[in-house]
Write a protein that binds this ligand. Structure first.
Ligand code: C2O
Ligand code: CU
Ligand code: CU
Length: 427
C-alpha cells in the first residue's frame, strides 16, 4: 500500500484484492454474487446505494442471517439505476471495513456520456503503524464521541498514490468514492474546474462545486467530468483540506509532454441520462423528524454519559436518534423509528443537535435533498448518503416504494456502532 520500500499491509480482502474487485454491472441486467466467508468471524455484504429487494440488502439479523465462517450466501438483484455505487461488509463493519472489506460497484449506463477516459478513485483512510500494519484499537471511546477513527494514510485504489498521468485536452469522467470509515474529504483540483454530474450514483444538474471544493463524507460518491485544461508537462495538485490544519496533497496530476488532444473542451453534453427514480409528492408526504443527538460536548457524549432522559440508550452509546441508541451491528428487536405505507412520499427532517458532522445514509432508496437550514438546495440533487453539518437542519424526501425494514444510520462507523442508527419500515 505504501510502495516498495515498506512492507505490505495485511488487510482483509474480497477475492484477494484491496479494495475488492471493481464490479461492473449493466443497468437492468441481473447480477449474482456468491459470497463465501473465509474469515474467522461472521460477515455479510451490503450493496450500498442499490435499490434492491430487502432480502438482498446484507444487514445481519434484519434482512438475512449473518454468513458464518465457511458458509456462503447468494446475492442476486437487478440494478435499476446506473451510476457509481459500492459494496462493503455490514457485520462488525467498523473493524471489517476498517481492515479493507470494501469495493466499488459501477452500474454502466446503457448510453454512457462521451468521455475520453472513465477513471475510478476508491479513496480509503488507514491508521498505520510505522511497519505499515493496521493500528489496533478500533473502539476508542473518546474518538467514537468525536470525529471517529480518522487515520494517517489515505490511499487511492489501495495504493499510496503516485501521480496520475493525463493528456492535455482530454475529457475524463472521474468517479470519486469515499470508502473511509471516518474521514471526511474536501477535494480541490488546483488549476482545474471539475463539474459534478452525479452524486451517490444519481445524476444531478451539472454544476461546479461551491468554493471549488468537492465535499465527500464517508460512503459518498461524486462523479465529476474533468476537462484537462492544464499545460503539457506541468503538474497540478489535488488537495484535501477538510480538517483545519490537516490539509495535505492527496495526489498530483502530471501532464504528458504530448500536444493537447483538443484545444477547447468538447461541447458534448455533461448531463447523464436520468435514472428511473420516483419523484416524491411534497403535497401529500408524511413528515418525520430524525433528531441526531450525542457526541462530545453534549450531555451524553463525554464518556460518563447521560444523566437521564435518553430512554433506550444501550450501554456504551455515545449517540442517539430521537433519544434511542441502536448500537453494535443493530438489534432487530428494536422497533422501527417509523412505519410508512408503501408508495407514500416521505419527508425526513434531519435535525443535527450535535457539534459534529454526520453522513446520514438510508438503505434501499435514494432521496431528493430539498433544503439546508430552510434554504432550498441550489441544484436538483439525489443521494443515499447526505452530509449533515453540525447543528444543521436538513430536509430530504423520497417515495417509500421499497417494502421492508431498512437501516438509517450515520456512515462514520464509530458513530453507527455507538448508537447513531435506526430502522424504518415500509409496508
Ligand atoms: Cu454503506 Cu448501512 O451502509
Ligand atoms: Cu447502504
Ligand atoms: Cu455521525
Amino acid at each position: 500500500m505504501l510502495g516498495d520500500k515498506t512492507p505490505p499491509t495485511e488487510v482483509w480482502a474480497y477475492n484477494g484484492l484491496e479494495p475488492g474487485p471493481v464490479l461492473r454491472l449493466r443497468q437492468g441486467t441481473p447480477f449474482r454474487a456468491v459470497v463465501e466467508n473465509r474469515l474467522d468471524e461472521p460477515t455479510t455484504v451490503h450493496w450500498h446505494g442499490m435499490r434492491l429487494p430487502n432480502a438482498m440488502d446484507g444487514v445481519p439479523g434484519l434482512t438475512q442471517p449473518t454468513i458464518q465462517p465457511g458458509k456462503t450466501f447468494d446475492y442476486a438483484f437487478t440494478p435499476p439505476d446506473a451510476g457509481t455505487f459500492w459494496y462493503h461488509s455490514h457485520d462488525n463493519g467498523l473493524v471489517q471495513m476498517g481492515r479493507g472489506l470494501a469495493g466499488a460497484l459501477i452500474v454502466e449506463e446503457v448510453e454512457p456520456p462521451a468521455v475520453d477516459r472513465d477513471l475510478l478513485w476508491t479513496i480509503q483512510d488507514w491508521r498505520l503503524e510505522p511497519d505499515a500494519s493496521i493500528a489496533p484499537g478500533f473502539r476508542n471511546r473518546m474518538e467514537a464521541a468525536m470525529d471517529g477513527r480518522v487515520g494517517n494514510t489515505v490511499t487511492i485504489n489501495g495504493r499510496l498514490p503516485e501521480a496520475v498521468r493525463v493528456r492535455a485536452g482530454e475529457r475524463v469522467r472521474l468517479r470519486l468514492l469515499n470508502a473511509a470509515i471516518a474521514r471526511i474529504m474536501a477535494l480541490r483540483f488546483d488549476g482545474h474546474r471539475p463539474v459534478i454530474v452525479a452524486l451517490d450514483g444519481q445524476p444531478c444538474d451539472p454544476h461546479e462545486p461551491a468554493d471549488g471544493r468537492i465535499l465527500l463524507g464517508p460512503a459518498m460518491r461524486v462523479d465529476v467530468i474533468l476537462d484537462m485544461q492544464g499545460e503539457p508537462d506541468r503538474s497540478y495538485r489535488v488537495v484535501d483540506d477538510f480538517y483545519d490544519r490537516l490539509s495535505y496533497t492527496l495526489v498530483r496530476i502530471d501532464y504528458e509532454t504530448v500536444k493537447p488532444l483538443r484545444l477547447h473542451p468538447s461541447g458534448a453534453s455533461l448531463r447523464l441520462p436520468p435514472n428511473p427514480l420516483p419523484r416524491p409528492d411534497l403535497g401529500t408526504a408524511v413528515v418525520h423528524d430524525v433528531r441526531i443527538q450525542g457526541g462530545m460536548m453534549s450531555s451524553m457524549g463525554s464518556g460518563g454519559m447521560m444523566g437521564g432522559g435518553m430512554g433506550g440508550m444501550g450501554s456504551g452509546a455515545a449517540w442517539a436518534i430521537n433519544g434511542h441508541s441502536m448500537t453494535g451491528d443493530g438489534s432487530a428487536d428494536m422497533p422501527p423509528l417509523f412505519r410508512i405505507d408503501r408508495g407514500r412520499s416521505c419527508v425526513v427532517d434531519f435535525r443535527n443537535e450535535t457539534a459534529w458532522w454526520h453522513p446520514m445514509h438510508l438503505h434501499g432508496h435514494s432521496f431528493n435533498v430539498l433544503e439546508r437550514n430552510g434554504a432550498p438546495v441550489p441544484h436538483d440533487e439525489w443521494g443515499d448518503t447526505v452530509l449533515v453539518r453540525p447543528r444543521e437542519h436538513l430536509r430530504v424526501a423520497f417515495v417509500a416504494d421499497n417494502p421492508g425494514d431498512w437501516m438509517l444510520h450515520c456512515h462514520v462507523m464509530e458513530h453507527q456502532v455507538g448508537g447513531l442508527m435506526t430502522t424504518i419500515r415500509v409496508t
